[in-house]
Design a protein around this ligand. Structure first.
Ligand code: UD1
Ligand code: CA
Length: 511
């Protein structure tokens, strides 16, 4: 038997090239590249009890996905970048599902340090003030409370950091934005420059409704002030709700200064209430990711037709070396790296894969490494219409052509399977040529078996290699063979009926 080393794929080495990367964290917040936050006496309360009626879905609103991650996961992940001492999620509608989803995120672990994450139920839901009231028993008396919405996914850590900083230890800090159309929002009412109150749209007079500066739903407030203010809330308003926003009036009465921190980036404070809004924010987010990649030198044919999403484990990281080209309509998922000069053709889906330098993925290829991963070696060519599944390891200069599926198989340098082939649980040596329509029959109905094709073998078209089987080095398998026994090196193996030529044969004629 040939030494195994002849068939192993070259280890795919880290190249010395510089890489640029986009990860879930980078995309949702810039704090990593700014200065590292210091752990602080910060409590984050994330409101996620609302119904989300306009989603018209059985799924709780905060579990709808943007870029492959639940809306709430974006918010929790961003909040975690501030290194708070605790995060409290207020659950209500769909609480069981939402809490289960958070438990999964905590187990995933690498997305954020979730050891200080807890949930508090709000039942029934009597308004945002009532929501935060539920957290009071678990809030310490010192430190600052940052209130966030679980359905506002694109808020960024540096924005929050600045808001917490402007709260200091003694002020009420509100994140506000000027909206072209402020309908439905709480208006920031000022006297001169000083903030006097937030008045909800439904409670606002026609004059107040002219105000276009609105409260985004994000505030930072010292716990020592927040707690007594929450105790003073009433539901004496048009909606009979306990409005968190009423604490602004208490601050004014108590002589506490109210700071309004205005952002100009509306996408960061946009909430998701409907499928249309969800799709709009998805596009905004994707466009921002696309721009970040282009600014790092990646060539995208069309930034509006680019998607980078988290996989089911919440991992989202695209790392590109120099001179990477990505044609339109591609979707990347999980952790993908693209080596120097790699080119990705139009409409490819690539998940959890490592594509080495100079490799070309032709259009409409589907590459999904799941947990095992997929590796495509230097200068390899894949597709169009190829499918690489978990454990596909292609060495240097391997060619995988149209309608070829590769699963849990290694192909050594220069091996080629150019048309209509299934390679499952196979070890393919250097320079092997696999003819069109070849199938490794790896499954006997109960167990999977390996096919070993040693170096320099030629497999004729339409062959079936019934595993376990080894085709010896340098051998040739005749087209149409069904090979059930291992073959010696250098042999010609033909397993099929011989061609019979009957001379002078007369074809039957119709009577
Ligand atoms: C709130 C603000 C409003 C602001 C707007 C920004 C109040 C009273 N008003 O409006 O000034 O302009 O946000 O979007 O705070 N939630 C609960 N429990 C409840 C009610 C709501 O957890 O009982 C959650 C929702 O799930 C949502 C968030 O709180 O994540 C905001 O609720 P929503 O109803 O969207 O806000 P509004 O009250 O309309
Ligand atoms: Ca609302």
């Amino acid at each position: 038997m040939e030494s195994a080393s002849r068939q192993t794929v070259q280890p795919i080495s880290e190249t010395a090239e510089s890489y640029v990367g986009l990860s879930a964290r980078d995309a949702s917040g810039a704090v990593r590249s700014a200065q590292e936050p210091v752990p602080q006496a910060l409590s984050v309360v994330i409101m996620a009890a609302g119904k989300g009626t306009r989603m018209k879905s059985t799924r709780p609103k905060v579990l709808h996905r943007l870029a492959g991650r639940a809306l709430l996961a974006h918010v929790v992940g961003t909040a975690a970048q501030l290194l708070p001492r605790q995060m409290v999620v207020i659950t209500g509608h769909g609480a069981i599902e939402v809490e289960a989803a958070l438990a999964v995120l905590i187990r995933a672990g690498d997305q954020f340090d979730a050891k200080n994450l807890s949930c508090v139920r709000q039942e029934p839901q009597l308004g945002t003030g009532h929501a935060v009231q539920q957290a009071v028993p678990v809030l310490p008396d010192d430190g600052v409370c940052l209130v966030l919405n679980g359905d506002v996914p694109l808020i960024q850590a540096d924005t929050l950091q600045a808001l917490v900083a402007s709260c200091g230890a003694d002020k009420l800090a509100l994140l506000t934005v000027v909206m072209p159309d402020a309908t439905g929002y709480g208006r920031i009412v000022r006297s001169g420059n000083a903030v006097q109150a937030i008045v909800e749209h439904k409670d606002a007079s026609a004059a107040l409704r002219e105000i276009r500066e609105i409260y985004t739903g994000v505030m930072a407030v010292p716990n020592r002030l927040l707690k007594p203010w929450l105790a003073r809330l009433s539901n004496d308003n048009t909606q009979n709700e306990f409005y968190l926003t009423d604490i602004v009036k208490f601050a004014v009465v108590d002589g506490v200064s109210v700071v309004a921190q205005q952002t100009t980036d509306t996408a960061q404070v946009d909430g998701v209430n409907s499928p249309v809004q969800l799709a709009q924010l998805e596009r905004t987010h994707q466009l921002r990711q696309a721009h970040a990649l282009m600014e790092a030198g990646v060539r995208l044919t069309d930034p509006a037709r680019f998607d980078l999403r988290a996989d089911s484990r919440g991992t989202c990281e695209l790392v590109c070396a120099q001179d990477v080209e990505i044609d339109l309509g591609c979707i990347f998922e999980g952790r993908v790296s693209l080596g120097q000069g790699a080119r990705i053709g139009a409409h490819c889906i690539i998940a959890n894969a490592r594509i080495e330098a100079g490799a070309v993925i032709h259009p409409f290829s589907h590459i999904d490494g799941e947990v095992l991963g997929v590796q495509v070696g230097q200068g390899a060519m894949v597709g169009p219409f190829a499918r690489l599944r978990p454990g596909a390891h292609l060495g240097e200069d391997v060619h995988i052509g149209n309608f070829v599926e590769v699963k849990n198989s290694t192909l050594a340098q220069g091996a080629k399977a150019n048309h209509l082939t299934y390679l499952g649980d196979a070890t393919v040596g250097e320079r092997v040529n696999i003819g069109a329509g070849t199938i490794t029959a790896n499954y006997d109905g109960a167990n999977k078996h390996r096919t070993v094709i040693e170096a320099d073998v030629h497999i004729g078209s339409n062959s079936v290699l019934v595993a376990p089987v080894t085709i010896g080095a340098g051998g040739t398998v005749g087209a149409g063979s069904v090979v059930t026994k291992s073959t010696p090196p250098g042999a010609l193996t033909v397993v099929r009926g011989k061609t019979v030529g009957v001379e002078g044969w007369i074809r039957p004629v119709k009577r």
